[in-house]
Design a protein around this ligand. Structure first.
Ligand code: AP5
Length: 192
């Protein structure tokens, strides 16, 4: 299965990808997690990305594409992937299509998790209290939501235009949301 999970910050992309990866037999590839690992390791790329992430802005397309290309070249991604946090603007959509065509792994489906903004703000506040992620402060969350509306929402329109988008209600128990996602997958990706 080659799947992109779309949705606002806090819509549950990472949570659902972790729940579904074993069932689908593919890795969860999160560009946010890859960037946070680079920041933690203090690599040159991480040093460049840190302030951008803490301001709630997007890291440069070039850096993120390079990171993603390396990750997709790892053996576990030969079976497919659940991509979380990429693409995040229309330029990244085009870059992804080019990359997947080069490696012969075309995307099967994009699923967008729909969650109202009030719930998103509550969920991120809950995560901030538990995990203390640096970009979960109220003002950075406002900026992340603004950037999402401006740059990432058009990505859903792009996938809709090529007939690959399915919207899924992201409100409810985790297992229920997982069931809705599985039901929305093309048959070849459904569990046996
Ligand atoms: P990234 O890590 O991708 O963050 P995000 O898209 O803002 O998404 P989140 O991780 O906040 O939310 P999520 O949808 O995964 O929700 P989660 O499952 O955690 O990106 C961070 C930054 O990195 C960006 O701002 C940017 O700077 C940079 N970046 C990343 N990718 C980039 C790219 N492609 N280009 C440029 N820059 C990039 O859930 C949230 C909370 O809700 C959790 O506490 C969870 O337990 C809870 N929850 C989940 N589901 C439910 C449910 N059904 N009911 C109740 N609670 C729930």
């Amino acid at each position: 299965m080659r799947l992109v999970l779309l949705g606002a910050p806090g819509s549950g992309k990472g949570t659902q990808a972790e729940l579904l990866k074993a069932e689908l037999g593919v890795p969860h590839i999160s560009t946010g997690d890859l960037l946070r690992a680079a920041v933690k390791a203090g690599t040159p790329l991480g040093l460049r990305a840190k302030a951008v992430m803490e301001a709630g802005q997007l890291v440069s397309d070039e850096i993120v594409l390079g990171m993603l290309e390396e990750r997709l070249a790892q053996p576990d991604a030969a079976a497919g992937f659940i991509l979380d946090g990429y693409p995040r603007n229309v330029a990244q959509c085009e870059a992804l299509e080019g990359l997947l065509a080069r490696i012969g792994q075309p995307l099967e489906v994009a699923i967008k998790l729909d969650v109202p903004t009030e719930l998103i703000v509550d969920r991120i506040a809950g995560r901030a209290a538990k995990e203390g992620r640096k970009d979960d402060t109220p003002e950075t969350v406002r900026e992340r939501l603004r950037v999402y509306t401006e740059q990432t929402e058009p990505v859903a329109g792009h996938f809709a235009a090529i007939g690959k988008l399915t919207n899924v209600d992201g409100v409810g128990e985790l297992a229920e949301v997982s069931r809705r996602i599985l039901a929305a997958l093309p048959r070849s990706g459904a569990p046996a």
